[in-house]
Write a protein that binds this ligand. Structure first.
Ligand SMILES: [Mg+2]
Length: 124
């Protein structure tokens, strides 16, 4: 859940020249400064964390069904937590998030051009 401290921090970062023109690559580098897990747990720690945060996203979405309303702020915070674990996982795998995003879009637009967005299988 986002609290006032988080919002103050966001205001700082929003005005900071470091984060003014943030890219996925620069986010990944900045996020690495907050990663405190042991290097012996690289890859597995962020992979498990990502699965946990994805579960938190699913739980917030489930509550939309139960309560009939969405807590967008809380849902956004969980999506942000997923982003952090993706950044950590990319770092551990020596992948650049910007490059990964481009490759993913190329894959998807390729599928769109071939009319294979629907269906299943990694090699469409
Ligand atoms: Mg979370």
């Amino acid at each position: 859940m986002i609290n006032e401290t988080d919002l103050e921090a966001w205001g700082y970062y929003k005005d900071s020249s470091l984060y003014k023109d943030m890219t996925l690559s620069s986010y990944q580098k900045a996020a690495a400064g907050t990663a405190i897990y042991e290097t012996q747990h690289s890859i597995i720690y962020p992979a498990l964390g990502l699965a946990g945060e994805a579960g938190e996203v699913a739980n917030k979405v489930k509550k939309i069904l139960r309560d009939g309303k969405m807590d967008k702020t809380a849902l956004a915070a969980e999506v942000g937590d997923c982003l952090w674990y993706i950044a950590a996982l990319c770092r551990d795998l020596n992948l650049d998030m910007g490059d990964l995003a481009k490759a993913n879009l190329e894959k998807l637009y390729g599928r769109k051009q071939r009319g294979t967005l629907q269906g299943s299988g990694d090699k469409r």
